[in-house]
Design a protein around this ligand. Structure first.
Ligand code: 13P
Ligand code: SF4
Length: 427
């Protein structure tokens, strides 16, 4: 699949942005970022600031040759197309739904994180998998791909702030406290607790869950994964996204009182022992800064402005937002729901703005808009500017692999077990 953005589609995007700006005259989300990303602060995480600290051991993007920073959009376009043609089947470009249009238009596959994890496996001839997503997605592709294939992240600073909210030592400490607490429970043939990690985490944590009888989930198969875990365990430790964990468990009928939150660096995560003994799902204190911005008042406003509007949100949104929406689902769910609508419909969508604007352009018969009119893009994903893509592709043409993501050997095996359990749990 390849997504081409036509002039007509761009016009629709512009109209949509203009409408959003009308709704939000106080907007602080500058579109200048798109044309001049080089001058933004070199911080870390969505809403990056100089104060954000880069996690220990995190890859740091070095400077790339000036020619890529200075090239015009048209020149980058010509160079990327030429490099792609020269490489042919030797390279495959994957693009996440949240990636900017200027990059998505070169992708051979566009999809959600579950689909892209699968897509990485389908191009046998590809020596290089160029992942236009974020760091944890590239790590996942490296774990699932063959040893002779290299996975490339065009800008190493494209991380995920949610993934960074759960680090190896904190999760290990939590695990040790929980296993000690559950050690005296009667044996009923099930494990006291099964670790489940959202795909949005480091390879180190995927290996951790694989090693400890657990598995990975994405937003499209979280319910299936929790069912898998409850067949084998009395409880689940779910990290890093508290919202996906809470929304999924609530929909399965688990009461909120049995979903305590684990706050790292507090004894027993800030809980009483009895609460953890009675728990069904222990939620890690992590969240996505982009989806946390949505709130029920925006939904009420959308319903007031557009009677009959269909409100669809991503399950990374807080519970009150998911409860007030008509539907919640992964990025793939959102796109399929809109594609399936036969009558012109107003859709208020609670997810990242690049994806919403693209859907608005693809389906001009509908009125598709973002629930939060001032929402910014996923700023870390946004760091994959076409200049970086041109650079990694031209380096490949010259026989050099730059920005390779290599998961350490000692994590590969266990992380693969956790991912293969996930891939078997179909959405
Ligand atoms: P999907 O699994 O729906 O692609 O979401 C990934 C993600 O990072 C959403 O913020
Ligand atoms: Fe991470 Fe949120 Fe960006 Fe998804 S949208 S990659 S969870 S920061």
């Amino acid at each position: 699949m390849s997504t081409q953005i036509t002039d007509n589609a761009n016009a629709s995007v512009a109209q949509n942005i203009a409408r959003l700006n009308l709704l939000a005259p106080e907007s602080t989300c500058s579109t200048d970022l798109a044309s001049n990303p080089w001058d933004t602060p070199a911080g870390y995480g969505p809403g990056a600031s100089q104060e954000d600290s880069v996690p220990a051991g995190y890859p740091v993007q070095g400077s790339i040759p000036e020619e890529y920073l200075e090239a015009s959009d048209a020149e980058l376009d010509t160079r990327i197309i030429a490099a792609k043609e020269t490489l042919g089947d030797r390279a495959v470009i994957l693009g996440h739904f949240y990636q900017r249009d200027e990059v998505v238009k070169y992708a051979d596959f566009v999809g959600d994180s579950f689909q892209l994890a699968n897509a990485a496996l389908t191009r046998d001839k590809a020596e290089a998998i160029v992942f236009c997503g974020v760091h944890f997605m590239a790590e996942t592709a490296d774990i699932l791909s063959r040893e002779d294939q290299s996975v490339i992240l065009p800008n190493l600073a494209a991380g995920c702030s949610m993934a960074d909210m759960a680090d190896g030592p904190s999760v290990q400490k939590c695990w040790e406290e929980l296993t000690a607490l559950y050690a005296d429970e009667a044996d009923d043939g099930r494990m006291p607790v099964i670790p489940v990690t959202y795909m949005n985490c480091s390879a180190e944590l995927k290996a951790f869950v694989g090693r400890n009888g657990g598995l990975v989930c994405t937003s499209s198969n979280a319910a299936t994964v929790l069912e898998w875990a409850f067949e084998r365990g009395r409880r689940v430790l779910f990290f890093p996204d508290q919202h996906l964990g809470r929304n999924t468990a609530k929909a399965m009928g688990i009461p909120l009182e049995q979903m305590p939150m684990w706050t790292p660096r507090k004894e027993l995560g800030g809980n009483e022992a009895d609460t953890l003994l009675d728990a069904k799902v222990i939620l890690w204190h992590g969240f996505c800064s982009v989806h946390k911005r949505f709130n029920p008042a925006q939904i009420a406003k959308a319903r007031e402005d557009f009677p009959g509007v269909r409100v669809i949100v991503h399950p990374e949104c807080p519970m009150e937002v998911v409860d007030a929406a008509d539907e919640a689902g992964s990025t793939d769910y959102i796109q399929k729901a809109i594609a399936a609508a036969t009558e012109p419909t107003a859709f208020a969508v609670g997810t990242e703005i690049n994806m919403v604007n693209r859907l608005a352009a693809q389906y001009p018969q509908h009125n598709i808009f973002c629930l939060d009119p001032v929402i910014c893009p996923c700023s870390t994903m946004y760091r994959i500017h076409p200049g970086y893509l041109a650079w990694v592709l031209e380096e490949l043409v010259a026989g050099r692999v730059v920005n390779q993501i290599s998961v350490p050997k000692e994590q590969q095996g266990d992380a693969k077990i956790a991912l293969e359990r996930m891939l078997a749990a179909k959405p």
